[in-house]
Design a protein around this ligand. Structure first.
Ligand SMILES: [Zn+2]
Length: 111
């Protein structure tokens, strides 16, 4: 389900009004960044989305999130109804070099 205005407000609170990537204040100019890019099957749902500056979102491009980013995301979401999309957990548990395979497999199990 796409991010609703309520979801976006909650995300803003969880992130303390800051961009997920650079940590600077972002406020109303935030864009939705998909942690697992939509180009690779990432869903358009709050459980796979963070708020980021447009430039930070563009700089991230189509890479997968790092371990540090995933851990930060899980921490932000641990008590939130916005949740965590299971393929992100599979990515965190993947062996080095097998991240893309782990993600693809987890996504196929979601369908
Ligand atoms: Zn930023």
């Amino acid at each position: 389900m796409p991010v609703s205005p309520d979801d976006a407000r909650l995300m803003d609170v969880l992130q303390g009004g800051r961009c997920f990537y650079c940590g600077e204040m972002v406020g109303a100019k935030a864009t939705f960044d998909h942690l697992i890019p939509q180009a690779y099957g990432g869903i358009d749902d709050p459980a796979n989305v963070v708020l980021a500056h447009r430039r930070c979102n563009q700089r991230k491009g189509d890479r997968l999130p790092t371990i540090d980013e995933l851990d930060r995301f899980f921490q932000d979401r641990r008590t939130s109804r916005l949740g965590v999309w299971p393929p992100l957990r599979a990515l965190r548990d993947a062996d080095e070099g097998l991240e893309w395979i782990a993600v693809a497999r987890a996504i196929s199990q979601e369908k």
